[in-house]
Design a protein around this ligand. Structure first.
Ligand SMILES: [Zn+2]
Length: 300
């Protein structure tokens, strides 16, 4: 994590931890989705997938432009680069409403995705995609937002005056942002529902699953290991004792009881059913009693 000038630059995997420490006092109910259009992969001077332009140079350039427009600081709260790095605008911290969508910034966080994702232009990198879903999922978790088109909104779904449209509509939408080929599908509501929102939901599920496991998945201490081993030993001994008891209880028909058991097995009730269903595998007590009864002539 590097702080320089007006920005804090971090790796994808640093974002969740950083966000968890932020105390955001304003109510957040919308996460805006934007592409920067300019800067883009060309102005970043991509060579073999690596930008030649410095991250901070790019960020300060956007800030200078926004200030020249009369804005109070960098428009967006968060910027996501083509290499997966995340930048936080220190002059537009999360407690400050962004300048992202005219008249629709209250309760919103503005995330700018570096690139120009209209058809025929930049094709988003896998690293950038991975960070984008992680950032939106982390924000949705932090602010308890359901993953749907009420809470995750494309710039293209608003008019220039900030009225929410049912969908991207050329001529009515203020911009094509985040691009007519965004996320491979475009900037419509149907496109968002097809892949972008499910990708965020999957990442949110992963984050939540990881949080749940982490509490129970701590490695055992030495004492806990010793206790666990002792417990296993006890269970093993109990099992052995149980086997012995079972072996004592159930046995083959002893020789002295064979005649008695045969006689008993041939006996029928008034309904014609056998008096004893299972003459084998009984206890010694059973065979003893049967033998005694047989010898006293009780049944023949
Ligand atoms: Zn936009």
């Amino acid at each position: 994590m590097i702080q320089q000038g007006n920005f804090l630059l971090m790796d994808r995997d640093e974002f969740h931890g950083w966000l968890s420490k932020q105390n955001v006092t304003r109510n957040i109910n919308r996460l805006q989705v934007h592409h920067t259009a300019s800067p883009n992969y060309k102005t970043r001077r991509m060579v073999n997938g690596a930008a030649q332009q410095d991250h901070f140079e790019c960020l300060e350039g956007m800030r200078r432009y926004h200030l020249s427009e009369g804005w109070s600081g960098t428009g967006q709260n968060i910027t996501i680069f083509e290499d997966g790095k995340v930048a936080i605008s220190l002059d537009r911290n999360l407690n400050k409403a962004p300048a992202g969508i005219r008249n629709a910034n209250s309760g919103a966080i503005c995330i700018e995705i570096i690139g120009y994702f209209d058809k025929g232009n930049d094709v988003i990198t896998d690293k950038q995609k991975s960070t984008v879903v992680h950032v939106y999922a982390s924000l949705a978790e932090k602010f308890n937002l359901a993953i749907n088109t009420n809470h995750i909104v494309y710039h293209a779904w608003f008019t220039y005056g900030g009225t929410r449209l049912a969908d991207f509509k050329p001529g009515e939408s203020s911009k094509t942002c985040p691009g007519t080929a965004f996320w491979g599908d475009g900037n419509t509501v149907a496109a968002a529902k097809k892949n972008f929102l499910p990708d965020i939901q999957a990442e949110l599920d992963r984050i939540k699953g990881k949080n749940n496991i982490s509490e129970d998945d701590q490695p055992m201490t030495t004492q806990e290991k010793a206790d666990f081993q002792a417990l296993q030993e006890q269970v093993k001994k109990l099992n052995e004792q149980l086997e012995q008891i079972n072996g004592r209880e159930s046995m083959d028909i002893p020789a002295y009881a064979k005649d008695a058991v045969t006689a008993l097995s041939n006996m029928k009730t008034k309904e014609g059913k056998p008096v004893v269903d299972t003459p084998t595998g009984r206890s010694k007590d059973f065979y003893d009693v049967v033998t005694v009864l047989y010898r006293t002539g009780f049944f023949k």
